[in-house]
Ligand binder design. Structure first.
Ligand SMILES: [Zn+2]
Length: 880
């Protein structure tokens, strides 16, 4: 029998914990199938909790071995223990509880709690994994000081690590076992607990902090892979320095450790002093990693390090506040990357990602606010909305308050909330208080879902030399939120004069517009600017300062002008994209009359290719047309993915044909024989070279394919080899099969590289691909137990391959449903992630919509679904 809908957790039901934990003493004796965990918790009643409440500790699949109160064993009638809860009546005074549990790390296929990855013991406790290790008040507002003793066989686990500073260790007399003791003096929530035991290689370095303390840095990896850690270590040092310089934040322990493991559900985890990483975000060498891999490693290393302050020292009161740490820390890592690389290019890359993932989520059945008001399964809220839109909200604060005002707010936040579990209200109050600002309307960004839309009409009055902007804002309905209140939106703008220069922005009354930002707060507003002698071109939402959609009464001529002249590099790129979007939508929806419009795009790209002042990475971004999912999102409803694909392909072929000579010349200019270096400028030249190559081969003709095949064979680095293979993969020619075979032979035995090989094949936009993917699931290098393999093969197919996942016969949907059902009992978290590929099924044309719904209903009808999968499927199917 299917049980009724489980009860959701609601933000409004938050109550402070009844008991607080002062200290936790853990003694973990590692064993492959029977790890014994002894925990001594020193508890005290919370003055803010319910008086006289029993001690209630969370568990998940636990077996209690023994229990003592203040050192005395407890009789069974004094407590109740189930696998998911331990309750004991206790006097309302400080006391200690000793809990002993037995856990089986080898049987842990969910990869939450304590598990083994290729023989290494490791943990993942966010969000609710600690309760799979021992009974505990497993909520982030219970912060305690941890001391951890780890013991294991010397042969099996010569390296023993836990949070904090190393205190001591040694042999266990009379056995072949040894132990290590670690102490973390900073109170932390249980989700930041970590331990590791295994055979690991190590690279080390020393970092001198701003106050002159030496911190030891260590990165642990599978033995033999030490030489691939150099870039991660260098990124870590740069991140530590940057956080000191930009935010005044210094590292606090004597040692900072990163451990790379190969089986990991997420990207990486910011456990205090002991970050555990998916090895994909640590290991890099020129022969095995692309430029994109290098920049991801830099960003993820920085992100997890930055959490030491935004997440660890100041944590979240409850999981509804997840964006308090994630949105803020994504903003911080984006700013770090912008400072390390090209700021305009980083912004373009981030916005591409936001639109492809978050805008799509916001427009579909899984839409939710940056701070959701309820959840059934918190693991399903590690979403683009919480992370990327959350980062945009923080970025808007910096736009509204200016750099100095933003820093004042951050300083106050660190000063006020260090050592505590905070809320979104606490965070926003710091910016309001530090700047005397009213942010009471701004905070709606956290509670209202949906992407706001601004319709802007500009009216030029030649006689009075004025320019009037009429601005109307709407926020579309989303699940559970049919009607929205107006938002506070910083609208960064420029008026570009006929000579290409920005005109001064002077409001009626003579005040200059501060930082070029208008603050929008009403449903409909008008603003008049004076001293405008000629009609300017409107450059709106410069730098993409607000995560919104903007439409204006501007024509193709304005876009062409902005594509050539806008001083804001983001909007210059945006103008090129917009020139492509019009004809693409027209072609994909069967509307005619686009020939003229294509010309606008081609002229704009020709001008950009000829502009020697632009950095290569930027030109590469301009050459990259809107993606299939960008076009589908802009069409909005009744989308036919095949028509979108055909339209995009046709425009690529046409553009490449028209620009052939310029592309070929640029491809030659960007090619050189210098040895590989991962720096941003070199990466930019490779990006432009490979963007040119991909366009030159767009028609599948001999010239481009031969060029790609030659590059594939001659490349001395993974970026160039992979780019050539990606280009070849789009064309059903013998060169593709040869290159794929060659690639496998070269990198066989290197799982992270073979993941690229899986992903590329899964993304081939041809009807034979589903069968290819099915066959690859039986390939010896594939494993359903490893999240990286699953994401590479199945994830790439359902998320990147728009035409084949969305096959009109529905077999792509059926394949995903089968995979999710097979995976759900083993790793529900990854199964739910894969299922969320259905997030825009309602936007499809009727035939595909019906087949997608049938597959979703088949999943929904299954008995014993995990909470993760049943939550996604229920929301995906819900009538809004
Ligand atoms: Zn994070």
């Amino acid at each position: 029998m299917r049980t009724e809908e489980p009860r959701p957790v609601r933000l409004e039901d938050y109550r402070p914990p009844d008991w607080l934990v002062k200290t936790v003493d853990l003694d973990v004796s590692l064993h492959a199938t029977a790890t014994r965990v002894r925990a001594r918790l020193v508890l005290e009643p919370n003055p803010k909790g319910a008086p006289g409440a029993p001690v209630v500790l969370d568990g998940d699949g636990l077996a209690l071995k023994s229990l003592a109160l203040d050192g005395a064993p407890l009789a069974p009638d004094r407590y109740t223990a189930t696998p998911d809860r331990l309750t004991l009546a206790a006097p309302a005074r400080p006391l200690s509880v000793d809990v002993e549990t037995l856990v089986d790390p080898s049987a842990n296929t969910q990869l939450m709690g304590l598990y083994r990855s290729s023989g290494t013991y490791c943990t993942q406790c966010e969000a609710e994994g600690f309760r799979r290790i021992t009974y505990f008040p497993d909520r982030p507002d219970v912060m305690a000081v941890y001391t951890t003793r780890v013991e294991a066989e010397k042969d099996e686990a010569p390296v023993l690590l836990a949070n904090g500073n190393f205190v001591g260790g040694g042999d266990v007399a009379g056995t072949n076992r040894h132990f290590a003791v670690w102490h973390d003096p900073f109170p932390k929530p249980s989700y930041l607990f970590a331990l590791v035991g295994g055979k690991l290689g190590c690279v080390t370095a020393t970092f001198k902090t701003m106050s002159g303390r030496d911190v030891e840095l260590r990165i642990y990896v599978e033995p033999g892979k030490e030489e691939r850690c150099g870039y991660a270590l260098d990124s870590l040092k740069r991140a530590m320095r940057w956080d000191e310089e930009k935010f005044g934040r210094e590292y606090d322990l004597d040692i900072f450790m990163i451990v790379a493991v190969s089986d990991f559900n997420m990207g990486a985890m910011e456990n205090k002093g002991l970050n555990i990483f998916n090895d994909k975000y640590v290991l890099a060498s020129p022969e095995t990693a692309t430029d994109t891999d290098y920049s991801s490693i830099e960003a993820v290393i920085a992100h997890e390090y930055f959490h030491n302050w935004t997440g660890d020292r100041i944590t979240c009161r409850d999981w509804f506040q997840l964006s308090l740490k994630e949105g803020l820390t994504v903003f911080r890592d984006q700013e770090f990357s912008a400072d390390q690389r090209s700021r305009p290019v980083e912004r373009i890359v981030d916005v591409r990602g936001l639109r492809a993932n978050q805008f799509v989520e916001d427009a579909g059945p899984l839409a939710h606010p940056v701070r959701p008001a309820l959840y059934h399964e918190i693991n399903n809220f590690y979403t683009p909305t919480v992370y990327e839109k959350g980062a945009e909200v923080v970025r808007m604060l910096s736009v509204l308050l200016g750099r100095a005002g933003f820093r004042r707010g951050m300083d106050l936040y660190f000063e006020r909330h260090d050592g505590h579990a905070a809320t979104v209200e606490d965070f926003i109050a710091c910016f309001a208080d530090a700047n005397g600002a009213d942010l009471s309307q701004f905070i709606r960004w956290y509670s209202q879902a949906g992407t706001p839309e601004l319709a802007v009409t500009g009216r030029f009055d030649r006689k009075n030399k004025t320019f009037r902007l009429d601005v109307a804002q709407t926020v579309p309905p989303t699940p559970g939120q049919p009607v929205k209140k107006p938002m506070t939106i910083p609208l960064a703008l420029g008026f570009v004069g006929p000579d290409g220069r920005d005109l001064p922005l002077v409001r009626e009354g003579g005040a200059r517009l501060e930082r070029g930002v208008l603050t929008i707060s009403q449903p409909v507003e008008s603003f008049t600017f004076t001293g405008i002698a000629e009609r300017p071109a409107l450059s709106l939402n410069r730098g993409f300062a607000a995560p919104i959609k903007v439409s204006a009464n501007a024509g193709a001529d304005d876009l062409k002008f902005l594509a050539a002249h806008d001083s804001d590099p983001f909007n210059r790129w945006q103008a090129v994209q917009s020139l492509a979007t019009g004809p693409l939508i027209a072609a994909a929806t069967g509307r005619a009359g686009k020939a003229q419009a294509d010309r606008g795009l081609i002229d704009a790209l020709a001008a950009i290719l000829a502009d020697q002042t632009l950095e290569p990475a930027y030109v590469a971004q301009a050459l990259s047309l809107p993606s299939e999912s960008d076009i589908a999102r802009d069409i909005g409803r009744d989308v036919d993915p095949d028509a979108v694909f055909d339209a995009r392909k046709a425009l690529r072929v046409k553009t490449a044909g028209a620009l052939h000579d310029a592309l070929a010349a640029m491809h030659r200019r960007m090619s050189n024989n210098a040895p590989y270096s991962p720096d941003a400028a070199s990466a930019g030249r490779r990006a432009l070279k490979n963007a040119c190559l991909d366009l030159l081969a767009a028609d599948g003709g001999d010239e481009g394919i031969t060029l790609a095949a030659r590059q594939f064979a001659a490349a001395d680095n993974m970026t160039d080899r992979m780019a050539a293979l990606a280009t070849l993969s789009l064309h059903d020619r013998p060169e593709r099969a040869t290159a794929l075979e060659d690639f496998y032979r070269r990198y066989e035995g290197d799982p992270l590289v073979i993941d690229k090989w899986f992903a590329l094949q899964a993304a081939i936009p041809e009807p034979a691909t589903l069968e290819r993917v099915r066959k690859l699931t039986e390939h010896p290098a594939f494993s359903f137990a490893n999240p990286n393999r699953l994401r590479a093969l199945i994830g790439a197919f359902v998320q990147l391959n728009q035409t084949q996942f969305n096959r009109p016969d529905g077999v792509g949907y059926a394949f995903l449903a089968d995979t999710v059902l097979a995976l759900d009992t083993k790793n529900p978290q990854v199964a739910a992630r894969l299922l969320s590929a259905f997030k825009s099924w309602r936007a499809l044309e009727a035939g595909r919509r019906a087949r997608a719904e049938a597959s979703l209903r088949r999943v929904a009808a299954f008995e014993d679904l995990s909470r993760d999968v049943s939550d996604i499927v229920r929301r995906a199917l819900a009538e809004t």
